[in-house]
Design a protein around this ligand. Structure first.
Ligand code: NAP
Length: 498
């Protein structure tokens, strides 16, 4: 037994309220130890079709359940997640590697999202407005869309699923969910919770399998009317073009190249804490991870010194062990990608101040560990300052002024998160206006989103939609305008004006 919380050796799909055996499987490994923890089905188009047929029938009924009653199920889901928080967090660390403290935080995000979206059951607000004509009433309401497909990544396997599935469900849709193959345990845990909370059969369906098989079948299925995707730009842009061809609604949350700006008047101790947490937390495998520090040249050396001293204190290891702050990288491919960027950075002329290598000696030899890494004297055109590395690698880019810092921050293809450390109130307000990202932090690192605010980015980070926050409802609802004429005669808008 890998861990007492691991209850099954083989996972099953959840279709129409039944846990269905798979035919082909792949192994899921613990990135901290390379041990097999479970096997997960590799489903095909057939299972996607079955799930869609079940979802279509279930959605018709579910949409007619009053939203406050739908909310009762989500309250129950939140309650069950709360009761099982430690178990879910532990399984999350086992499959994803993130340290237990962060895993608990991720599960808490899901709990918060359940209660928040359950509250929406009593709102789902539309508008009433004045009509142009006499004896006429005008309003807009949110209508469910139908069957929605959600495709999630491995780095936040439960939080992102709740950001998508809870608003979809409260709004009266049915869901087909394809979790990342690397991290399937969270889907089984959430599926069991939905079942116990009394969600009607077929309203949520979980289909495991490879992205190019199951994900692709979802994108191509004509009865899945929305795709909500979080993942890489490569897959996201492919999905966008396939959905575009079919005129299918698609919401994309993609990569980031997030920066912390440190001005000459900043509290450097605080800035270092913010950088440590947002650059090396989750081993840099967050879409909001800080991978650039845009530092005023007057404080560059002092900041480097303090950061290096703090990096030395980081404890690296298995996320289930007490006091470990930096866990493993998800897999061998992830490690290789990070290592390739170290070579790219060196060739580009950046100075490597710390790390830059894989950790291979005991106790790290079985897992996928990479040393926290700091490059300095990086310029904003270098590839290490432009491309998403997705690992514990941070680059110092010196600048001479506030204006230059803002320009450098915005000179990347992505626009997810940015942060500035300064004590100048004028700069604070200029920065929140001029930083071209969907999320801006003042005197904090680039991570730490709260679920009742919109989450997402500008430019290459997505296509204008947002996860979480009330804005997530826009992805899973259609706006319907309703006119009620109680004049007893035919009035023609824009024509019968007197
Ligand atoms: P990924 O490789 O794009 O995979 C994401 C999901 O897409 C997985 O479930 C994957 O399935 C599936 N997929 C792969 N090919 C597909 C296809 N042809 N059609 C449909 N689905 C397909 O991304 P990842 O490596 O899991 O996640 C890391 C990326 O996500 C980073 O770029 C990160 O910045 C981004 N991210 C963004 C946000 C945000 O909110 N902006 C949040 C978190 C992460 P398999 O697992 O089977 O391959």
């Amino acid at each position: 037994m890998i861990h007492p919380y691991m209850e099954q050796a083989t996972l099953r799909n959840y279709i129409n309220g039944n846990w269905v055996n798979g035919e082909k499987f792949t192994d899921v490994m613990n990135p901290a130890t390379s041990e097999k923890i479970v096997e997960v089905p590799l489903s095909s188009e057939r299972e996607v079709k079955e799930a869609v047929e079940a979802a279509k029938l279930a959605q018709k009924e579910w949409a007619l359940v009053p939203a406050p009653q739908r909310a009762e199920v989500l309250y129950k889901v939140g309650q069950l997640m709360k009761e099982r928080k430690e178990k879910i967090a532990t399984l999350l660390t086992l499959e994803n590697g993130k340290v237990l403290e962060e895993a608990r935080g991720e599960v808490q995000e899901g709990i918060d999202m359940a209660f928040y979206m359950a509250g929406e059951g009593r709102r789902l607000c539309g508008q009433t407005v004045n009509a142009e004509l006499k004896d006429k009433f005008a309003m807009s309401v949110r209508a469910p869309i139908g069957v929605v497909g959600i495709i999630t990544p491995w780095n936040f396997p439960i939080a992102i699923a709740t950001w998508k599935s809870f608003p979809a469900i409260i709004a009266g849709n049915a869901v087909i969910w394809k979790p990342a193959t690397e991290t399937p345990l969270m889907a089984t845990e959430l599926g069991k919770i939905f079942e116990e909370a009394g969600l009607p059969k077929g309203v949520i369906n979980i289909v495991y399998g490879a992205g190019e098989e199951v994900g692709e079948a979802m994108v191509q299925h004509k009865d899945i009317q929305v795709i909500s995707f979080t993942g890489s730009n490569k897959i996201g842009s492919h999905i966008a073009s396939e959905c575009g061809r079919q005129l299918k609604k698609v919401s994309l949350e993609l990569g980031g190249k997030n920066a912390v700006i440190v001005m000459d008047d900043a509290d450097l101790e605080l800035a270092v804490e913010g950088i440590i947490w947002s650059a090396f937390g989750t081993s840099g495998q967050r879409c909001t991870a800080c991978s650039r520090v845009i530092v005023h040249e007057d404080v560059k050396e002092a900041l480097e010194e303090k950061l290096l001293a703090n990096m030395k204190k980081l404890t690296i290891g298995n996320g289930l062990e007490k006091d470990v702050k930096v866990g493993p990288i998800i897999n061998q491919d992830g490690l290789e990608k990070i290592a390739s960027y170290i070579e790219i950075g060196k060739k580009e002329g950046a100075t490597l101040l710390a790390g830059g290598h894989r950790l291979t000696e005991a106790p790290y030899h079985r897992g996928y560990y990479f040393a926290p890494t700091l490059f300095t004297n990086v310029t904003s055109e270098m590839r290490i300052a432009q491309e998403e590395i997705f690992g514990p690698v941070v680059s110092f880019i010196p600048v001479a002024s506030f204006e230059e810092a803002i320009t450098v921050n915005n000179r990347v293809a992505y626009g997810l998160s940015s942060a500035i450390f300064t004590n100048d109130v004028n700069r604070v307000f200029q920065a929140q206006r001029d930083l071209d990202t969907g999320i801006v932090y003042i005197n904090a690192g680039t991570t730490g989103a709260e679920i009742h605010l919109p989450f997402g980015g500008t430019k290459g980070t997505g296509n204008g939609h947002r996860d979480s926050g009330v804005q997530a409802l826009d992805v899973f609802t259609e706006w319907k305008a309703i006119y009620v004429d109680y004049s007893g005669k035919l009035q023609r808008a824009q024509i019968d004006v007197d």
